[in-house]
Design a protein around this ligand. Structure first.
Ligand code: 5MM
Length: 336
């Protein structure tokens, strides 16, 4: 077993999942303003530190993806944030892309940037305690999109990023997110997501990536959010498994799904069914941002001094998802 494979398994095993707390300041500002909290550096830290000090960090959360601002901050107890996370038993990670920008010659699509100077930035993040990283490519679905240009260029960037991250001794999360925006069918999502993931692996292999030392972070297979033909959760699980079975090389240790705009319960229920029906060798777990934080953020915004209360809300969501990552969740557990 390589060191990278060990890190990946430490993050993903035993029903553990990932807390995606890597919202850039722009996104975090939207999240905080939606609950009437001013987005200052102190408030961003206060909310995040409340989550990172929760009880579920030991049993449920295997890794936390941080944003550049947070990895450089210290908690109230003066512990560095990566230390606070690793002391709980979870692995600190860092988002290293610098965002999705307009793709030249296909202006309705995006290319993720951040390769220039990445090797040097990675060394700094390693010294700060990070042992895994994240880079997200974004793709939209319509009749003509994602284009070959977007599929190829994002896959190429994900592979170059992964090579640099592994060179630096960290595990790259490879996140090709096919967005749920639009009126497309679940079958369109299945076809396009499969094409996107397959191209990512073609490039990862060309770039000689150790596939046992990566984590794939894909979307689930869903009908578009404006589609009139929604499918059942059971069908979501079957189509998601079909996509991954045919697109992901067997060396990959695990898949950690993004929630992508699903409600908290929907994201948990779908993950649970994926695990119940899992006919692959991949660990299937969560790497949720909104679906882990939404309720906790709402509670916190109204009870900013109630650290324990906020942590209880977060602990519950993390526990529910950890059960789902083992196919052991049921809706009646939500109210206990
Ligand atoms: C946490 O949100 C991340 C978004 O960051 P930006 O501010 O750079 O857009 C995002 O990449 C996230 O890690 C994944 O999409 C998973 O989050 P969701 O909310 O989809 O589970």
């Amino acid at each position: 077993m390589t060191e990278l494979n060990k890190i990946a398994l430490k993050i993903l095993s035993d029903g553990k999942g990932i807390l995606a707390a890597d919202e850039s300041n722009g996104t975090m500002t939207k999240r905080l303003e939606s609950v009437n909290i001013t987005s200052t550096s102190e408030n961003r830290l206060l909310f995040r530190e409340t989550l990172f000090s929760s009880e579920c960090m030991t049993e449920c959360i295997g890794g936390v993806i941080l944003y550049d601002e947070t990895i450089n901050q210290s908690s109230i107890s003066e512990k560095k944030i990566p230390t606070l996370i690793s002391d709980s038993g979870a692995v600190p990670g860092i988002k290293v892309d610098t965002g999705a920008k307009v793709l030249a010659n296909s202006s309705e699509e995006k290319i993720t940037e951040g390769l220039d100077g990445l090797r040097e930035r990675l060394k700094e993040y390693y010294l700060l305690g990070a042992r895994f990283t994240k880079w997200r490519g974004v793709y939209n679905i319509s009749e003509k999109y994602p284009s070959k240009l977007a599929i190829n260029s994002n896959a190429h960037a994900l592979a170059r990023y992964s090579a640099l991250v592994q060179e630096c001794g960290m595990v790259p999360i490879v996140e090709p997110e096919v967005l749920m925006d639009g009126d497309h069918s679940a079958d369109d999502c299945l076809i396009k997501t499969s094409e996107v993931i397959q191209k990512c692996f073609d490039e990862l292999i060309t770039h000689k990536i150790d596939l046992t030392g990566i984590i794939l972070k894909p979307n689930m297979i869903l009908a578009g959010n404006k589609s009139k033909n929604k499918i059942s959760n059971e069908e979501v699980s079957f189509k998601t498994l079909e996509c991954l079975k045919k697109s992901v090389p067997i060396e990959v240790p695990g898949v950690a799904f993004l929630s992508g705009g699903q409600s908290e319960i929907e994201a948990t229920e779908n993950l649970n069914l994926i695990n119940k029906n899992n006919n692959t060798n991949f660990i299937m777990t969560y790497s949720y941002g909104r679906a882990l934080q939404q309720s906790a953020l709402k509670f916190w915004s109204k009870n900013i001094k109630d650290v324990k209360g906020t942590q209880n809300v977060f602990n519950h969501r993390a526990k529910m998802n950890t059960l789902a990552a083992q196919g052991k969740w049921s809706s009646d557990l939500e109210n206990k």
